[in-house]
Design a protein around this ligand. Structure first.
Ligand SMILES: N[C@@H](Cc1c[nH]cn1)C(=O)NCC(=O)O
Length: 436
């Protein structure tokens, strides 16, 4: 049997094409850090305006997650992922051509809008083409792609921008995105049956639902406490990781250890490596053991302890901070099992809505923590500046990490309660029987 006619091998080819689209989502999402100086020069902006340009992506990303679930369940994977990648890439081209701040802002909104549907479409693909007992591994691998995107958005992007210039690089990423969208359209099919292949053993058939049924699923999913518990746990880990590694981690390291921004960013790069490795490992262990929430509880304990240690010690040895950034990102893998727990509570036709609901709560954290942590740092700021940028106090950073530790405790309470309610395995459709 050829690769193309064997559904077991073909699903890996299609997953790789979809995962490449998600890789681009993450490169776009995090590119503003490397591009910041060029963007400030090009549009003559303040730091606040640059922050707003960066955040524009997240303004649409979080609210779009439920819609992404509805689109994946109603329109299907192929149409949703292709359309999302096209919109994101057109936004990327517009960003590369932008000659004013307003156009750049609209382009970032467009990138966020298109990119927002890709992750949920991939999870729906995994639900349709892999067994429930393989879903956590696939979910972990997909989340790990975010780590790879985080790595590509640092030194490799900086080197490319230095060689080609910022506009050519952005236009190049946009063109690659359109190419990936074309490949997804050509390769992806919603189910093995749609591809004219035999159905896969033990993969539940996933019907395409009417809009009314999808709407009912949205209400049912949000009506279940498990959705909120898993979502709130991911609110903490996704929100904190994106904030610490993507925003406040670099000033913390450079100011407290008196090192350059470039040196400081190597430690946040270690965080992206943790995200690349941790979720696939956690997913594989979880599928191997057939257990979910116990791993989430262990992960939350270690996560909280890491931030509590950073808060108490304030300035651990330099290498230890790198290790801590790696560890908290690695442990995102435990939290990511929440997608699997919630997805497995519902019928196969509802997996987009189920994972989209969890991701909507998760990404609200990325909107809340940057401002909350910035407010803490500002509250303890003594007025000192360096080259026009605020230099924050060690005490401010310790309070910032205390907020992370307290949020970790809340997430620990959420996953513990989730464990009590679900009994740990989360491998079968355990309740909340939803249409499909
Ligand atoms: N878990 C996140 C990404 C993340 C976590 N910590 C830092 N980044 C993820 O992949 N979420 C799905 C998505 O929609 O991006």
């Amino acid at each position: 049997m050829g690769v193309w006619s064997d559904p077991v091998r073909r699903r890996w080819i299609v997953w790789t094409a979809l995962a490449t689209a998600f890789l681009l989502v993450n490169v776009h999402r995090l590119s503003t850090a490397v591009l910041s100086a060029d963007l400030m020069r090009a549009f003559d902006t303040t730091g606040t305006a640059l922050g707003t340009l960066h955040s524009a992506f997240f303004y649409v990303y979080a609210p779009m997650q439920v819609i992404a679930g509805v689109l994946a369940d109603r329109l299907g994977i192929r149409r949703t992922a292709t359309a999302g990648t096209v919109v994101m890439s057109l936004g990327g081209l517009a960003f590369g051509l932008a000659d004013s701040y307003a156009v750049a802002f609209l382009a970032r909104l467009c990138i966020g809008l298109g990119g927002s549907v890709v992750f949920i479409a991939i999870l729906r693909f995994c639900a349709n083409w892999f067994r429930p007992g393989e879903f956590a591994t696939m979910n972990g691998l997909t989340v790990g792609v975010a780590g790879l995107g985080g790595i590509l958005a640092t030194t490799p992007l900086a080197v490319t921008v230095a060689a080609l210039g910022v506009r050519t690089t952005l236009l190049g990423i946009g063109v690659v995105g359109l190419l990936i969208a074309t490949i997804v359209w050509v390769l992806a099919r919603d189910t093995p049956e749609d591809a004219g292949l035999r159905s896969l053993d033990n993969v539940p058939s996933a019907p395409t639902l009417s809009l009314r049924e999808v709407g009912r699923n949205v209400r049912t999913v949000f009506g279940q406490r498990e959705t909120w518990l898993a979502g709130l746990a991911l609110f903490t880990s996704t929100g904190l990781n994106i904030t610490v590694l993507g925003l406040w981690g670099v000033p913390y390291v450079s100011q407290v250890y008196d090192v350059s921004i470039t040196t400081a960013s190597t430690l946040t790069l270690l965080g992206s490596v943790g995200l690349l490795v941790g979720p696939p490992v956690a997913g594989r262990i979880s599928d191997g053991l057939g257990r979910r929430t116990e791993l989430m509880v262990v992960g939350a304990v270690l996560y909280t302890a890491t931030f509590a240690t950073l808060s108490i010690v304030g300035k651990p040895p330099f290498a230890v901070v790198g290790l801590m950034f790696f560890v908290v990102s690695f442990l995102a893998g435990g939290y990511a099992l929440g997608y699997t727990v919630v997805k497995n509570r519902h019928g196969a036709g509802a997996s987009g809505v189920a994972t989209g609901a969890v991701n909507a709560v998760a990404f609200s954290g990325a909107a809340v923590f940057p401002t909350a942590m910035g407010a803490i740092l500002d509250a303890y700021w003594t007025g000192e500046t360096l080259a026009g940028a605020r230099v924050y106090t060690m005490f401010g950073y310790r309070v910032m990490f205390a907020l992370a530790a307290v949020s970790g405790l809340v997430s620990l309470a959420c996953v513990s309660y989730l464990h009590l309610r679900t009994g740990g395995s989360g491998t079968a459709a355990e309740g909340g029987a939803v249409e499909g």
